[in-house]
Design a protein around this ligand. Structure first.
Ligand SMILES: [Zn+2]
Ligand SMILES: [Zn+2]
Length: 340
């Protein structure tokens, strides 16, 4: 099979999985590509002894077995009885799992399990537990002080994946708490006096991560592209002036948000926006080093096969047997002689 054929087939299979999974969540799969996903080069993680110790094997095995029992019962609930053929993909036996310790670029060291000793952890794919999708190869989810306080970068929206609609009731006439009595005119302008619906999208960003909360008007389609203000629009210039002249302590200013606003103004304030802040980028960390620990279930020791005798010992034995045979022949000959 040619490589591009294989590529096409795996993309078709991936698409089918995406469509099915969107349908299960009551969503419509769209899959409209508007940009590129940055190819994450496989990191050059080093194999070495990591600081500290791995967890006791029994503890890891017990945790795996408990999680696996739960996973298997969910597979059965979803697909019915007789579905253990699926276990090999989603809930393999513990004796198929290999243990690693991995060091991430946030400095944390994790105990992890993968299907194979042949594929080192910086080439394997691990789960984004929030969106339940695979992270780009070699990234592992970490929640620690470093990742919690990391900035949430803005990324280009590369694929509009799937959509769902939500309907909200009409807004109350009273001013909401976040507006003052001088801002009655603002409320009059933005208030929805009828129930209204909004579309929420799952998008894939240029970093390869998924975000589930991009918002658009209900009737917007990705092929429409974003609506933009004219470059000479006075309103746009006003927004730029306001944003640039904003007197705020630059220490407090969120640089990610600041640069995002400036890019959006330069693009004519597209609606929907062409970027989204990526929560996953905070927590998806690159594997920088790893240490193989061993199979989760050690292989049973096989009895040793008998050792192959050396050439010298065979020659020695042959000489002994030949000497013995000669002796027997002599005895037989002597016997014959005396019987005559
Ligand atoms: Zn960490
Ligand atoms: Zn990201």
């Amino acid at each position: 099979m040619r490589d591009d054929d294989r590529d096409r087939i795996s993309r078709a299979a991936e698409l089918q999985v995406k469509q099915q999974s969107a349908a299960e969540r009551g969503r419509e799969y769209v899959g409209y590509e508007v940009g590129l996903i940055d190819q994450v080069a496989l990191s050059s993680a080093v194999r070495r002894k990591l600081a500290g110790k791995s967890k006791p094997r029994e503890e890891v095995l017990q945790a795996y077995e408990e999680a696996n029992a739960d996973r298997r019962s969910r597979i059965e609930q979803k697909f019915g009885h007789g579905t253990h053929v699926l276990w090999q993909f989603w809930a393999p036996n513990p004796d198929e799992m290999f243990r690693w310790r991995v060091e991430l670029d946030c400095g944390c060291i994790h105990d992890d399990l993968s299907r194979s000793e042949d594929r080192p952890p910086h080439e394997a794919r691990w789960l984004d537990p929030v969106n339940r999708v695979w992270l780009p190869a070699g990234q592992v989810w970490c929640v620690c002080d470093t990742t919690r306080s990391a900035p949430k970068p803005y990324r280009r929206i590369a694929v509009w994946e799937e959509r769902r609609e939500e309907t909200f009731p009409a807004d109350p006439v009273e001013l909401p708490d976040y507006l003052s009595s001088e801002e009655t005119h603002v409320w009059a302008k933005i208030r929805h006096d009828e129930p209204h619906s909004t579309a929420f999208w799952r998008v894939t960003l240029s970093c390869g991560h998924v975000d589930d909360h991009a918002v658009t008007a209900i009737d917007w389609k990705p092929e429409d592209g974003p609506w933009r203000m004219a470059a000479d629009s006075p309103r746009l210039r006003e927004m730029e002036q306001w944003w640039l002249s904003e007197e705020r302590d630059s220490e407090e200013r969120d640089p990610e948000l600041w640069e995002h606003y400036l890019r959006m103004i330069a693009e004519g304030w597209p609606i929907p926006q062409t970027e989204k802040d990526c929560f996953v980028c905070k927590h998806a960390r690159r594997v920088v080093a790893y240490e193989p620990i061993g199979p989760l279930v050690p292989k049973p020791k096989l009895p040793k096969p008998p050792r192959k005798p050396s050439r010298e010992s065979l020659e020695r034995r042959l000489a002994q047997v030949q000497a013995e045979a000669e002796k027997l022949q002599e005895q037989l000959a002597a016997d014959d002689e005396s019987a005559r």
